[in-house]
Ligand binder design. Structure first.
Ligand code: HEC
Length: 91
């Protein structure tokens, strides 16, 4: 099934804002950013926190460990698109 327009928009945001760490760890972080392909497949995120939209939204906005906060970087619409794309398993 092709991605919806919203998922496409989320894919673009993921590609430009998240992939450099989560796919390539281009900053060589000691805590390697986790693979997000299956992030919504189970009940828990890699940290053990619940795998819910609310939790991921909060972590992206507030940051977590070596992940910087993105507060103010995404509109509500963009955040919704990003979450929709994460739910596709990063197709
Ligand atoms: C500078 C590198 C970096 C960038 C950019 C980044 N992350 Fe992360 N991310 C991390 C690291 C490191 C962790 C592991 C944090 C921890 O548990 O200490 C992480 C963890 C996560 C987690 C798992 C949280 C958990 O509770 O296990 C999610 C979901 C996530 N990132 C989503 C994103 C999204 C979406 C973006 C783009 C908007 C993004 N990240 C951008 C480095 C990054």
């Amino acid at each position: 099934m092709p991605l919806t327009a919203q998922e496409q928009a989320g894919k673009h945001l993921y590609t430009v804002r998240c992939a450099h760490c989560h796919e390539y760890n281009d900053q060589g972080l000691k805590k390697v950013p986790p693979d997000l392909h299956n992030v919504f497949r189970g009940a828990q995120l890699p940290s053990g926190a619940p795998a819910t939209d609310e939790q991921v939204r909060r972590e992206v906005l507030s940051g977590r460990g070596m992940m910087p906060p993105f507060a103010g970087r995404f509109s509500d619409e963009e955040m919704a698109a990003l979450l929709a794309y994460l739910h596709t398993g990063l197709r």
